[in-house]
Design a binder for this molecule. Structure first.
Ligand code: 2AM
Ligand code: CA
Length: 261
């Protein structure tokens, strides 16, 4: 199943990179650009679903562009292009994210960065890899010197106010905070030790699913803002090594509004 997922991700990567060559030359208005990107997203997603479906016709899907397709106990959670806004601007941070859930448990994860040809993979109980090398989360003793990833809440003004307080609580204690714009890659970077931690409000399941398993298999910890594991439902997530996760939670917790708990 992992090999099929990798093939699907690489093929989608080819579609996206072919489109990227044109996106830089486009001098059309934003509306048309957005439609173009939607087309790229849809083509990449269809490629992924076709490849998986032809090997596993019974499996279900939850994909960003085409939504839910019912199946048996296996569900593939797919973001064909995470970081669409980046892609549209030629900002070189985007990826394909594919995860497989069995009876609500994540079983395998693939995140592929087609620009850098970096393939992050994980299987439950089998560890996490970057291009076939084992990866681990970092183990700092404090926030001092850490590099933390995040995303801005772009939907609700109310969440933005709470978010900015969290940001203020963390920024001074770390070496820096980065907002690169592709949550799946951020999570893969936590798993591979490029980031020491990550938090965001209001993500979608397809932004997170593969990254969650990657971090767990790389020795990291994830929770929602209630210190529970309902992040796929709430979209709110804190991730890092056990120690960094705990320190981030402590900094974030005082700023939680009722709708975030
Ligand atoms: P997407 O490109 O697949 O939609 C970062 O905050 C995450 O939120 C990204 O993974 C991005 O995934 C998603 N997102 C959705 N809409 C967004 C928007 N308007 N601005 C920024 N990120 C957005
Ligand atoms: Ca997307």
């Amino acid at each position: 199943m992992l090999n099929i997922a990798i093939r699907a991700a690489r093929n989608a990567g080819e579609i996206i990179q072919r489109a990227a060559e044109n996106v830089n030359h486009l001098t059309i208005n934003l509306k048309t650009k957005n439609d173009y990107v939607t087309e790229v997203d849809q083509m990449a997603e269809q490629e992924i679903i076709n490849i998986i479906h032809s090997s596993f016709p019974e499996h279900g899907f939850l994909a960003e562009e085409s939504g839910k397709q019912p199946g048996n106990d296996y569900i593939w959670i797919i973001d064909p292009l995470d970081g669409t806004t980046n892609f549209l601007h030629g900002f070189p941070v985007y990826a394909i994210s594919i995860a497989l859930q069995h009876k609500n448990k994540l079983q395998l994860a693939v995140i592929y960065d087609p620009l850098r040809d970096e393939l992050f993979t994980a299987e439950r109980g089998g560890g996490a890899m970057l291009n076939n090398r084992k990866i681990r989360v970092t183990q700092p003793n404090s926030l001092k010197g850490t590099l933390i990833g995040t995303g801005f809440p772009f939907k609700s003004k109310k969440d933005l106010a709470a978010y900015l307080k969290m940001f203020a609580a963390l920024v001074g204690d770390t070496a820096g905070i980065r907002r690169a714009g592709a949550a799946a890659l951020d999570l893969a970077y936590v798993a591979s030790g490029r980031l020491d931690g990550f938090w965001e409000i209001g993500l979608q399941p397809w932004d997170m699913a593969a990254g969650i398993l990657l971090i767990q298999e790389a020795g990291g910890v994830l929770t929602d803002f209630s210190f529970k594991d309902r992040y796929l439902q709430s979209g709110n997530i804190i991730a890092g090594s056990p120690k960094i996760h705990q320190l981030m939670y402590k900094a974030i917790e005082p700023h939680l509004t009722d709708n975030l708990k």
